[in-house]
Design a protein around this ligand. Sequence first.
Ligand code: PMP
Length: 369
Amino acid sequence: DAEGRLERLAALPLRENLRGATPYGAPQIDVPIQLNVNENTHPLPDSVRDAILRGVEGTLDTLNRYPDREFTTLRASLARYLGHGLDADHLWAANGSNEVLQQLLQAFAGPGRTLMSFPPTYSMYPLLASGTDTRYIAGTREPDFTLTPDAAAAQVRAEAPDVVIVCSPNNPTGTSTGLDVVEAVYAATEQTRSMVIVDEAYVEFAHTGTPSALRLLPGRERLVVSRTMSKAFGMAGTRLGYLAAAPEVTDALRLVRLPYHLSAVTQAVALGALTHADALLATVEDIKAQRDRIVAGLDRLGLTPTPSDANFVLFGPLRDATAVWHGLLDAGVIIRDIGLHGRLRVSAGTEAETTAFLDRMRELVDAGV
Ligand code: PMP
C-alpha cells in the first residue's frame, strides 16, 4: 500500500534535501481534450512526417554505433533557425529544455550555491534546484505578475544568487518580461558574475513584435537563452530542448553532460523537423488566435484572465477552482490546477478544442459553479 511504500522510501539512504519531496506531477489522464500541459495539440503536417521518417530510417544502418556526441549537424540547423548571427558554436541541446536547465545547474549551481527565479513561475525550477543540491531563492513579482527592471535588479543584488532564471513568456502567467528587465538583471550580476538564463520556451507565441533575448547575447558571456521544440514546434514527444550562449558556456556543459546524451534517433527526428520548420510553425498563428479567443471569452464570463504572450491563459481567482476543474473534466476537458490561489491555467487548443472549453466554461458559470 501507499503508506508502506512511503515508509520504505523513508528507510532508504535518500539525500536529505529529497526527503518528503514530491515528483513533478501533472496528471496524465486520457480524456478527449487535453489542455493541461501547454502542448501544441495540432498533429504533425504530412510533409514533416515524411521528412522525419526518412531521417529515422537513415539512422538504422549505424544504430549499432554511438551517435555523434557533438550533434554537429543539429547544432548548425538550430543556429540557422535562430538567426541573430549565431552559429553551431553558440548552440547546445539536450533531452528537453528541462535537461538543458539541469545541465546548466550542474555546471553553475550545486551544493553551496543558489538559484533564484520569480514565482509564480515554472514549477520545475525548485525541483531542478533540489535535484542538483542547489538552494532555491524565490523572488517576487508585482501583483499583476509583471516584473520591473528596478524590482528585479534590486532583488538580484540583495540575494546575489549564482544563477538567475527569468522565464519569458512566463509559465504559468503568460507574462512577457521586457528586455530591459533582462539587461537590468544582467547588470546587477556584474559583481557576482552570476549566470542569467532567459527561459523562452513559449517565445514563438508572443504577440508580434515582442523581441527575444537572443539580441542581447553579443558581449554578455554569462547570458543564456533557453528554447524548446516541445511547444511551438509541436514536438513534446521528441524531447529536444536547446540553448544559445557564448561558446565557452557550451564548453562548461560538455563537462557535465552524459556521453552521447542525444540519441541518433532524437537527432534525426529534430533535424527532419527543422528542415520543415515553416510547415511546423504554421500552426503558431492559429494557436495565438485561439489564445486570444480564450482571453476574450473568459473576460466576457468575468473570470479575469491574465494577458498572455504564451499558448496558455491563467484565469481567476475563482470561488471554487476545484469544482471548475472537475466540471471541465466531466465534459472531457482537462486543464491545469497549478495550486495558485483559486486560479487555473488552460492551454490553447485547436479551434474545436478551444470552443469546447469555452462552451463548458459558460455552462459552469451559468450553473453557478
Ligand atoms: N520551460 C518552461 C517555462 C516550461 O513550461 C517547460 C515545459 N512545461 C519547459 C521549460 C520544459 O519543456 P521541455 O523539457 O519539454 O523542453
